[in-house]
Design a protein around this ligand. Structure first.
Ligand code: GLN
Length: 187
């Protein structure tokens, strides 16, 4: 098994470190030719969605990644990655990959709360550390999107078939349980 991590910008190294703790090898996707490698799942890291979306297009990786997701490649997205998957960004005409039936609002927590750390429940797993950094909010989901986690009434993790998306960062720290969920339930 090998997990590909989009490594154009953002916290891809932290995602790789979590999978390495589970003894699962990773490879980095930095340019179009990297998509020729054999891999079983894709991680879209946190960072800056506008930069990631721009680089995906400039490096001509966009269509191939979108087709792979549409063809059923398991994908795990955090924060900016979730914005890339959303089929709608509220108050913004931009759509990136648009493969997931969710509407998101960028930087939804305002200045005071723009970054914070908490623990929450994810798909029945208790006390999962969750870091929110200029996080988006998932405001609407189409039928068929399953809510896996909420915090203070806000949806923070969803799954739609092969796609798992979170507004927080489970990869910051040592807790591997969300990566384990992804491997066990979606691969
Ligand atoms: N605010 C960022 C964006 O809009 C996401 C922040 C993050 O990934 N931590 O892309």
């Amino acid at each position: 098994m090998k997990i590909a991590v989009l490594a154009l910008q953002g916290d891809f190294a932290e995602h790789e470190a979590i999978f390495h703790r589970l003894n699962i090898p990773t490879c980095q996707l930095r340019q179009k030719s990297d998509l020729k490698q054999d891999f079983d799942a894709l991680v879209l890291p946190g960072g800056e969605s506008t930069v990631q979306g721009k680089l995906l297009r400039e490096l001509d990786m966009f269509d191939e990644i979108r087709s792979k997701i549409q063809d059923g490649l398991p994908v795990m997205a955090t924060c900016a990655g979730t914005i890339l998957l959303a089929r709608q960004i509220l108050d913004d005409p931009t759509v990136h990959l648009g493969t997931m039936g969710i509407s998101v609002r960028r930087n939804a927590y305002g200045r005071q709360l723009s970054s914070f750390h908490t623990v929450g429940t994810f798909a029945g797993i208790q006390d999962v550390p969750m870091s929110f950094i200029r996080a988006p909010q998932i405001e609407f989901c189409v039928p068929g999107v399953e809510v896996l986690s909420e915090h203070n009434g806000r949806i923070t993790a969803v799954r739609q078939e092969n796609q798992l998306a979170m507004t927080f960062h489970p990869e910051l720290g040592n807790d591997c349980r969300i990566a384990e969920y992804f491997i066990k339930e979606m691969l």
